[in-house]
Design a protein around this ligand. Structure first.
Ligand code: MCA
Ligand code: AMP
Length: 499
C-alpha cells in the first residue's frame, strides 16, 4: 500500500537526511534496486527474515521498503546495540540475509553469524538492477519482527503482517489528520514502533515529508524546530525533558526563536511512557502546546489517544483510536465497571499476528481472544488512565521497555556476582532508572564503573545499571523470593550515574 500510494506523488519530497533530500520517486527507485539485490534472481523472498543494521537516513528507509517489496520480513537491528544483542536478534529471527551499512559491517564480523546467512552492504544492495519483476505481497503476509522484552526469558519477536501495519497507520492518519502538507522531524530510533510506525510510516503513507536526525540531540532538534517549517513532532517524555533542560539553559534570544518554531506546528505528541504532569505544564509554557498523550505497545502500535480537537486531560491517555477496541478485566478475565481498575485488553486489525516461534507465549497473550497488555488502567469520566503494570519486572526507561529478569541473568554471569536483583526506580528524567542490588561472591569487590563497563559489552546501553548497592543478603520472603519493593527502597534518593 505504501508503494502504491507513493506512486501517486512521485515528485514530492519524502525524506530529508544528512545525505540530502529525496523524493518519493527516489525512494521507489532505490527500494526497487534493494529488492532486486535481495531477490538475486528469485521470484519472491517468501518471508525470509532480512536483518538490517542501517543508520537512520534514506538508506534505512530504502532498505526497509526493499525488503517488503521483495517479499521479505524486515528485522531492524539497533545501531546502539553491542554484539551479543545483535547476535541474539539475528539468530532468534533465523535471518537468511543481513544487510549493513559499509561502515557498520565490521561490527557483524565479531558475531557468530552462521555461514549460510547471506551478507550484503547497503551500497551493494543499492547498486543492484532495479528492473527485476517484484512479487505481489498480500496483506496477510508477515512484514516485520520487532524485539520486545517480557516477563520471561529473552526478548520476544513481535510479528506484524502488512495488514496489521496498514491498520496501525490508517488509524493514526485518520485520528491525527495527517496530510501531504505535513512535515515531521524523526529523532527516535528505528528499531521500535514509535519511530517506525507513528513517525516514519504515517508520514510516508500521507505523502508528507520526514526529516531524520541520525541520533537525538537537544540542540540540533531545537535548531530544526526554530526553522519554523515543521508541522508535527512526536517523542517520548525523556526527550521533552531534555528539550526543556536545553531551553532553560539557552539565552533569551534563542529561547524566543525556539518557542516561535513550536508556534508554527499543528501538533506535538508524547508517548511510550507516562508523561509527568509537570513536564506537560512546563512544555505548555515553553511551546504553547498541550502535548497530546497517547498509549501504545509494540504488539499493536497505538490503542488510546487524547483528542486532536477537544480537551486533552493531563495524566490521561484518552479513548480508543479508530478501529481499536479495548476493555478492562479483573483477574478472572471478567470486564469491570467504569471507575474500577483492571488489566487492559486490546482487539482490532492492528494487533500483531504472533510472537515469533513462540506459540505458547502467543496463546497465553491471546487467552481470551483479546490481547492482554499487562498494563493496569481505569476508565474515569470517559477517558482512560494508565495506573501501572501488573509485573514489577518490566521497566520503562527513556521510553524503552526492558526486562529486569533479562538484565539479572546477564549480570549473574559476572565473576564477582553471586546473585542480584534489578529494579526500576522512579526518575524525573528517565521515567525509571535501572538499579541493581548485588550479593558478592566471597572475597570479591565490585564498583559501579566496573560493572557498567562490563555490562556495556553485553547489553544495550539503556539496560546498563545506573546505580549499584552491594548487600550482604537480598531481601527475601519466607519462600526465598526476592522482595523487589524492598530492593527499590535501597535506591530512593541516590543520584543516577551515567556510564
Ligand atoms: C542513556 N543514558 C541513560 C539512559 N540512556 N541514563 C539513564 N537511563 C537511561 N535509560 C545516559 C548514557 O549513559 C549517556 O551518559 C547519556 O545518558 C546520553 O546517552 P545517549 O544514548 O546519547 O542518550 P540520548 O541519545 O540522550 O538518549 C535519550 C533518548 C533515548 C533519546 C530519550 O533513550 C531514546 O531514543 N529513547 C526512545 C526510545 C523509543 O523510541 N521508545 C519507543 C518504544 P554518558 O554521556 O555519561 O555516557 S515503542 C513503545 O514504547 C510503544 C509502541 C509506544 O507507546 O510508543
Ligand atoms: P513497548 O513494549 O516498548 O511497546 O512499550 C509498551 C509499554 O509502554 C506499554 O505496555 C505501557 O506500559 C507503556 N506506555 C506506552 N505509552 C504509555 C503512556 N502514554 N503512559 C503510560 N505508559 C505507556
Amino acid at each position: 500500500m505504501l508503494v502504491a500510494r507513493a506512486q501517486q506523488y512521485p515528485d514530492r519530497t519524502a525524506i530529508g537526511a544528512a545525505e540530502g533530500t529525496f523524493t518519493y520517486r527516489d525512494l521507489l527507485d532505490a527500494s526497487a534496486r534493494v529488492a532486486g539485490g535481495l531477490l538475486g534472481g528469485q521470484d519472491d523472498l517468501g518471508e525470509t527474515r532480512v536483518a538490517f543494521l542501517v543508520s537512520p537516513g534514506f538508506g534505512h528507509v530504502a532498505t526497509q521498503w526493499g525488503i517488503w517489496r521483495a517479499g521479505g520480513v524486515a528485522v531492524p537491528l539497533a545501531t546502539s546495540h553491542p554484539p551479543p544483542e545483535l547476535d541474539y536478534v539475528i539468530r532468534d529471527s533465523d535471518a537468511g540475509v543481513v544487510v549493513a551499512d559499509a561502515e557498520l559491517a565490521p561490527r557483524l564480523e565479531a558475531l557468530r553469524v552462521p555461514a549460510a546467512v547471506r551478507r550484503l552492504t547497503t551500497t551493494e544492495a543499492l547498486a543492484a538492477d532495479g528492473g527485476s519483476a517484484l512479487p505481489e505481497v498480500g496483506e496477510g503476509r508477515r512484514a516485520m519482527i520487532l524485539y520486545t522484552s517480557g516477563t520471561t526469558g529473552r526478548p520476544k519477536g513481535v510479528v506484524t503482517t502488512h495488514g496489521n501495519l496498514c491498520a496501525q497507520v490508517r488509524s493514526l492518519v485518520a485520528a491525527w489528520e495527517w496530510s501531504a502538507d505535513d512535515r515531521i522531524l524523526l529523532v527516535l530510533p528505528l528499531h521500535h514502533v514509535h519511530g517506525i510506525v507513528n513517525v516514519l510510516s504515517c508520514a510516508l503513507w500521507s505523502g508528507a515529508r520526514c526529516d531524520m536526525l541520525a541520533k537525538f540531540d537537544a540542540g540540533e532538534t531545537w535548531q530544526r524546530i526554530a526553522r519554523g517549517d515543521l508541522t508535527l513532532f512526536m517523542a517520548v517524555p525523556t526527550v521533552y525533558h531534555k528539550l526543556i533542560a536545553a531551553w532553560d539553559a539557552a539565552p533569551p534570544e534563542r529561547r524566543r526563536e525556539w518557542s516561535a518554531g513550536c508556534g508554527r506546528m499543528r501538533l506535538m505528541v508524547s508517548g511510550s511512557a507516562a508523561l509527568p504532569v509537570r513536564t506537560l505544564e512546563r512544555w505548555r509554557e515553553i511551546s504553547g502546546h498541550t502535548l497530546l498523550e497517547r498509549y501504545g505497545m509494540t504488539e499493536f502500535a497505538m490503542a488510546l489517544s487524547n483528542p486532536l480537537r477537544g480537551e486533552r486531560r493531563p495524566g490521561f491517555v484518552g479513548t480508543p483510536l479508530p478501529g481499536v477496541e479495548v476493555r478492562l478485566v479483573d483477574a478472572d478475565g471478567t470486564p469491570v465497571a467504569p471507575g474500577t481498575p483492571g488489566e487492559l485488553e486490546v482487539r482490532g486489525p492492528g494487533v500483531f499476528l504472533e510472537y515469533w516461534r513462540r506459540p505458547d507465549a502467543t496463546a497465553t497473550a491471546f487467552g481470551s481472544g483479546w490481547f492482554r497488555t499487562g498494563d493496569v488502567a481505569v476508565l474515569e469520566n470517559g477517558s482512560y488512565r494508565i495506573l501501572g503494570r501488573s509485573s514489577v519486572d518490566i521497566i520503562k526507561t527513556g521510553g524503552y521497555k526492558i526486562s529486569a529478569l533479562e538484565i539479572e541473568e546477564v549480570l549473574r554471569t559476572h565473576a564477582a556476582v553471586a546473585d542480584c536483583a534489578v529494579v526500576g526506580v522512579e526518575d524525573v528524567e528517565w521515567g525509571e532508572r535501572v538499579c541493581v542490588a548485588v550479593e558478592l561472591v566471597a572475597a570479591s569487590r565490585l564498583t559501579l564503573p566496573e560493572l557498567q563497563a562490563w555490562a556495556k559489552e553485553r547489553l544495550a546501553p539503556y539496560k546498563v545499571p545506573r546505580a549499584l548497592s552491594v548487600v550482604q543478603a537480598l531481601p527475601r520472603n519466607a519462600l526465598g523470593k526476592v522482595i523487589k519493593p524492598e530492593v527499590g527502597k535501597l535506591f530512593r534518593g541516590t543520584p543516577s550515574v551515567d556510564t
